[in-house]
Design a protein around this ligand. Sequence first.
Ligand code: PMV
Length: 289
Amino acid sequence: MATWSAPGKVFLFGEHAVVYGKMGIAMAIRPRVFVTVRDTKRPSRAKSPYIDSCFEAMGVIGSVYINSQIPSSSGLGSSAAVTVATLAAINDEFNLNKTREDIAAMAFEIEKTVQKGRASPTDTTVSTYGGIVLITGGSRRRLPPQNMHLVVGDSLVSHSTSRMVEQVADLKKRHPEIVDPVLDAIQGVSMSAIHQLSNPRELGRYMNMNNSLLEVLGVGHPQLAKMILASRQAGAFGAKITGAGGGGSMVALCPKQLKHRVAKAIESCDGRAIVTAIDTEGVRKEKNV
Ligand code: PMV
């Protein structure tokens, strides 16, 4: 029996733009998904295309038990975390000698296939390596970890990442004269933000700018807008949609002493608040329970 866990993530900057080869900056956060795999003659496991694909890719069969602290469909990368932790647990249980690099690559292929081609390697990379990761096209670079005080607000409005990606693609086709400069502007925000990662006041301003640009792309939602405004009013340095939008989650960067006030403000807008921080570790082995 082998138990591995992997963290969720938030996009700090560049969601949607990253689909068009621009820069994306994402950070691994607590909570985690815990996956236990057991080599058994009679395998039992939850029905999930991600888990089925993990066993197929590894060429073995076994049982799986999942304990997820990440709400699914909330834009916090739960499917990537499940995929990464499952691959790592299978690798360990069946002694398959895959490297972290292999696991990240396999997890991305699985996400891409299950999501019918609409996935950037962001979620799977961040979940595998932890910390803050800069993704551009096919390349990735780890940025120095920062101790940010974040509050995630789950709107509890379900959304589909692939539908939102498609919606932006349609808008881009109909209005390249508007959408292309907006994608360039998002890239501009990300490039400036890289140099201010340790300056939360400035970083918050960039998050606000990024959010306005996402609104132009049409991926906002009234519930997200309410939580974003309430967070800023409660003293957050900045707040934005995180992930695909149209529902899902927002994230606020806060002064340490105000994070609980911001969480309360989010909950008073009927969202679910998660006070969180960076997870620098990525996928890791847990003691078997
Ligand atoms: O909703 P999430 O967390 O899966 O994020 C989607 C981010 C997009 O840039 C819209 C798509 C992607 O695969 O990067």
